[in-house]
Write a protein that binds this ligand. Structure first.
Ligand code: FES
Length: 99
């Protein structure tokens, strides 16, 4: 369904759930993960069902991931940065007890 247009250019190294991968720079986190064949980025709060990026324009919130320890980041609205540690989310996000 998603096929990358190959462009010679810069790459960045990221991790997803601890797995390192080298991907093209200048794209969103969602595009990079979909390009790597990773479609399930989180599981739903109710029913723990797998969820994948849907709208790719910041509307549906199906692409929420944890990036560098910060939960609920929209993968489709976040541009890749070298060294990003991305992880999938399962269920509801944790709440800070101090807030
Ligand atoms: S895919 Fe819909 S908000 Fe990211």
């Amino acid at each position: 369904m998603f096929r990358r247009i190959d462009r010679a250019g810069e790459t960045v190294t990221i991790t997803f759930d601890g797995i390192p991968m080298c991907v093209a720079a200048e794209q969103t986190v969602a595009a990079a993960l979909l390009g790597q064949g990773i479609a399930t980025l989180r599981s739903s709060v109710v029913g723990n069902r797998p969820r994948a990026p849907y709208c790719l324009m910041g509307v549906c919130f199906e692409c929420l991931v944890t990036i560098d320890g910060i939960q609920n980041r929209q993968a489709c609205m976040t541009v890749l940065r070298d060294g990003m540690a991305i992880s999938s989310q399962s269920g509801a996000r944790a709440l800070d007890e101090g807030c």
